[in-house]
Design a protein around this ligand. Structure first.
Ligand code: HEC
Ligand code: HEC
Ligand code: HEC
Length: 427
């Protein structure tokens, strides 16, 4: 008797587990709606949504062709394969025009599309889950009042288990923490606001935190620096390799203009982040700066500034004569002390973090790809040298810069970094 009751018990538990698995792995479809009329949304709400969309840099990922804003198609490389950002214009068939506010909210907070399909965390819903109802109302209003654009993004097909979208239910169960984070009462309201933005819409740690083999951010190494799209997003915590302090004011200027006067310009994917932040309300960027400065409060540069730039000209010329010649020919007109660009108050090369990180990735990428103009700056910008210099010349230059402007050991990955940038070049 007891035995059969036990067996029935087990069967019930199993059935419940299977039912739960089905509910998680195959969430229900949410009914289509007729796209809401743009004038049904409050103008103020729409404007608020526009600011939030910039904070979240929605356009940065969802636009591949600037003449088709938010129509998707951009390829995001992941270790599991390429994920394509989708069309999030209000087009009823190809975009999210038929999505209700509820369907939109479920996607943003739980990573499930309107039809019940699981989305991949290349879409940072593990951060967007921190948004408030009011923020989602505003974002929805903004998206639904954009120009509908036809055309869908290429299909995403990932390798292995990741290729089976229902598996993401398991990922969510283990890694997704839904909802807002509670304020820390020992901190100021501005700090808490900054943290909420950084952890939520601005999703800063999605690039700056290393990921584990499941593609989830490693919580024990938050802001410890990570590779992203062929670049390196450096640590933003006590391990920051920056040589000058990231004060609140310096961070504010950097995030808003793309140029830190005592550091360097924001390169690669960070350039896009700063161009979006240039257009959000000042208070938000200030709050982000307050919080991020606190993360780096125990970093070496915060404890001791080095206002005198390192310049080991003779050592570098001896160790890398070819690099020295190339630098004198191609780079000195802008970067040497006394050059007109330097007289405009541009930062010394020794102050930029790219030369001080443990890997050569960003220095090599900057030399080969150049920099886009920072949002707030006029004047010269950094040209791309990929077509003018061969691989060995880039290596020589990188090694020369490292020896001349830092007191750190030579990089061991310069060659690999050059090869990688070459292979990643758009065809
Ligand atoms: C880091 C890149 C990135 C950013 C930033 C980003 N998205 Fe996405 N988003 C994606 C990708 C990639 C997908 C598709 C995921 C998939 O196919 O599983 C996606 C999917 C979506 C979807 C589901 C659409 C569908 O057709 O299934 C919505 C809604 C969405 N994003 C809204 C937003 C909004 C709103 C913002 C800004 C607040 C934003 N995204 C910012 C990468 C991004
Ligand atoms: C899409 C990826 C990505 C996102 C999102 C991102 N970053 Fe970055 N970040 C980078 C990369 C790559 C670099 C290195 C760029 C360089 O060296 O010029 C960087 C550099 C930085 C630096 C300069 C650090 C140093 O010592 O030079 C700061 C500060 C920074 N990011 C803050 C932020 C903040 C704050 C956010 C969120 C608002 C953010 N980042 C979001 C990729 C990203
Ligand atoms: C036309 C002017 C110009 C020329 C020529 C030029 N650069 Fe730059 N470079 C810039 C500007 C502008 C920046 C962005 C401001 C900054 O970060 O200091 C920059 C930034 C950099 C950075 C990132 C900042 C840092 O401190 O790490 C590196 C590295 C760099 N340049 C290396 C070179 C090398 C090597 C050459 C020669 C092959 C070169 N540049 C030629 C204008 C130039």
């Amino acid at each position: 008797m007891a035995r059969t009751r036990f067996a029935v018990g087990i069967a019930l538990v199993c059935a419940a587990a299977i039912a739960a698995a089905i509910v998680f792995a195959w969430p229900p479809e949410i009914e289509k709606v007729t796209p809401p009329a743009p004038d049904s949304f409050d103008r103020y709400r729409v404007a608020e949504g526009e600011d939030l969309a910039r904070l979240g840099n929605c356009a940065g990922c969802h636009t591949s062709d600037p003449s088709r804003p938010l129509a998707g198609g951009r390829a995001l490389p992941t270790p599991f394969g390429t994920v394509f950002a989708t069309n999030i214009t209000p087009h009823p068939d190809d975009g999210i025009g038929a999505w209700s506010r509820e369907a939109f909210g479920r996607a943003m907070r739980r990573g499930v599309a309107r039809d019940g399909t699981h989305l991949y965390p290349a879409f940072p819903y593990d951060h967007f889950t921190r948004t408030t109802d009011q923020q989602l109302d505003a974002l929805y209003a903004w998206l639904m009042t954009r120009r509908p654009i036809a055309g869908s993004a290429p299909q995403t097909k990932l390798d292995g288990v990741a290729g089976w979208r229902p598996a993401m239910a398991g990922w969510n169960l283990v890694f997704l923490r839904e909802g807002a984070i509670a304020d820390d009462p020992s901190q100021t309201p501005q700090w808490n606001r900054g943290r909420a933005l950084v952890a939520g819409l601005a999703h800063c740690s999605s690039c700056h935190t290393p990921r584990d083999r499941f593609g989830a951010e490693d919580r024990s190494r938050r802001f410890d620096g990570a590779e992203i799209e062929g670049w390196y997003a450096p640590p933003l915590n006590a391990s920051s390799p920056a040589v000058r302090p990231w004060t609140v004011d310096e961070l504010y200027t950097y995030l808003r203009t793309g140029l830190g006067p005592r550091h360097a310009a924001a390169a690669g994917p960070m350039g896009g982040v700063t161009r979006a932040l240039a257009q959000v309300p000042e208070d938000d960027v200030r709050a982000i700066a307050v919080y991020v400065a606190s993360l780096m409060a125990a970093a070496p540069a915060a404890l001791q500034d080095s206002p005198e730039p390192i310049d080991r000209l003779a050592d570098a010329a001896r160790a890398h004569p070819e690099g020295a010649t190339l630098f004198a020919g191609a780079c000195a007109t802008c970067h040497e002390q006394g050059a007109p660009m330097m007289q405009q108050g541009r930062p010394h090369l020794a102050w930029g973090t790219p030369l001080h990180t443990d890997n050569a990735r960003n220095t090599v990428a900057i030399i080969m790809k150049g920099l886009a103009s920072p949002a707030g700056a006029t004047g010269p910008t950094m040209p791309a040298y990929a077509d003018m210099l061969d691989d060995r010349q880039v290596q020589e230059l990188a090694a020369y810069l490292r020896t001349r402007f830092t007191d750190k050991p030579p990089w061991s990955d310069v060659q690999a970094a050059v090869t990688e940038v070459r292979q990643g070049e758009p065809k």
